[in-house]
Design a protein around this ligand. Structure first.
Ligand code: ATP
Length: 383
């Protein structure tokens, strides 16, 4: 973690003691032995997921998200550290003794069983009486709007419908935590978006804790109360989507969760190393993600929608930090137009403008332009 680890460690220890977290990971580590030797896949991961929270693990392929989820489920043993579920140390409990269920990307339905029997499977294993079983299965199917399909076979259903059945099957046994491993990845974009809304609704209605794994930032942001960003087996930052987007802790988070502009400080009119606050209201003093330094020069990070464009004569009217260049490109995308401004051979900035604005209309390729911003919207990176 990049933020105050001492405070965080103490808060986490408190949550473990008080059993406040639905899922608490305390310095969990995992490695696998492969052809090239032992590889650390998850390093000293500590986090606390609150009861009833929609929590996402977000990161690029291979960063350790699924392994983390599988350790919570009990499908993978930890090398070190502890896992608490509902305040109880579950580290050494087998998967079937943990009150969690997992929904996988590939649905994993039994093809020879009807929808009803697929959903009823876990209840049969728990020897739930017949009348109650029937009631609970139909209730779960109704929750995912599939009660009219009880006698269908999985292969008679679309991908989205099969995923709904997988969801019904995972909630029918009333787990306290539902783990979801890229459950929407196999669906096309439109269906995925409507399933995102449904998952969120279901989570709200059931007040269940959801732990959702995805590499899709938009998906994580659309659904989650909080998101943990992972990189190379490390937890880099935990926060609400707004916090991650507006206050990213590292350069990696900055670029992973959205479009970012990095402006070398030397190009900014009025920048002075002694008064950096005039161009950036917040400083990042280090880049703990281990990325290669792009020279020693500090740079300023601003999101495209926080930049203001000035075209031709209007240039200089807005007070504040400023860089000058020429319009390199203009892309209309409905309500917004992205204007790219070339500052020099190495630096081009993206500015999001309202398509109806004078700036969007007047920006012509090759024409002079300036880019400004409010210091409070900028972050100074020290390299
Ligand atoms: P993806 O989004 O691609 O699923 P992920 O972030 O979920 O990625 P993991 O599946 O947790 O990543 O894998 C993390 C790393 O651990 C990868 O390099 C993967 O190859 C390796 N790994 C995972 N499971 C095993 C295993 N059983 N044996 C050996 N290596 C493994």
């Amino acid at each position: 973690m990049t933020t105050d680890t001492t405070t965080q460690g103490t808060a986490l220890a408190d949550e473990i003691r008080e059993g406040a977290g639905a899922v608490v990971l305390d310095q969990v580590a995992k490695s696998f032995r492969g052809p090239t030797g032992v590889k650390m896949v998850v390093r000293d991961l500590s986090l606390s997921i609150r009861p009833g929270e929609f929590f996402s693990l977000l990161g690029p392929s291979g960063c350790g998200k699924t392994t983390t989820l599988r350790m919570i489920a009990g499908l993978e043993k930890v090398d070190s550290g502890r896992i608490f579920l509902g305040g109880v140390d579950a580290t050494d409990l087998p998967a079937h003794a943990r009150n969690v269920n997992t929904v996988f990307q590939n649905y994993a339905l039994f093809p020879h069983l009807s929808v009803f029997d697929n959903v009823a499977y876990g209840l049969h294993r728990q020897h739930v009486p017949k009348a109650e079983l029937r009631h609970r299965v139909m209730e779960a199917l109704a929750l995912v709007h599939m009660d009219g399909f009880a006698m269908h076979r999985p292969q008679q259903l679309s991908g989205g419908q099969q995923q709904r059945i997988a969801l019904a099957r995972s909630i029918v046994t009333r787990p306290s935590v539902l783990l979801l491993d890229e459950p929407l990845a196999a669906l096309d974009l439109k269906l995925r978006e409507s399933m995102q809304e449904e998952l969120k609704r279901l989570q709200r209605e059931l007040q269940l804790t959801f732990v959702f794994v995805t590499h899709d930032q938009a998906e994580a942001f659309a659904m989650s109360d909080r998101v943990a960003v992972m990189e190379g087996g490390n937890l880099v930052q935990v926060g609400s989507p707004e916090e991650l987007y507006l206050r990213p802790a590292t350069r990696f988070v900055t670029t992973f969760v959205g479009r970012a502009n990095f402006i070398p400080a030397s190009l900014v009119e009025g920048f002075s190393a002694s008064s950096p606050d005039e161009v950036a209201s917040r400083q990042l003093s280090e880049s703990p993600d281990g990325e290669e330094s792009v020279g020693a020069e500090p740079s300023i990070f601003v999101r495209p929608e926080r930049l203001r464009l000035e075209i031709g004569d209007s240039s200089g009217q807005i007070k504040g930090p400023r860089v000058r260049g020429t319009v390199a490109d203009k892309t209309f995308s409905g309500g917004q137009t992205i204007v790219r401004v070339k500052i020099n051979d190495d630096v081009e900035l993206s500015v999001t403008c309202d398509s109806a604005s004078n700036e969007a209309r007047d920006a012509s390729i090759g024409g002079a332009a300036a880019v400004t911003w409010q210091p409070s919207d900028a972050t100074l990176l020290d390299r």
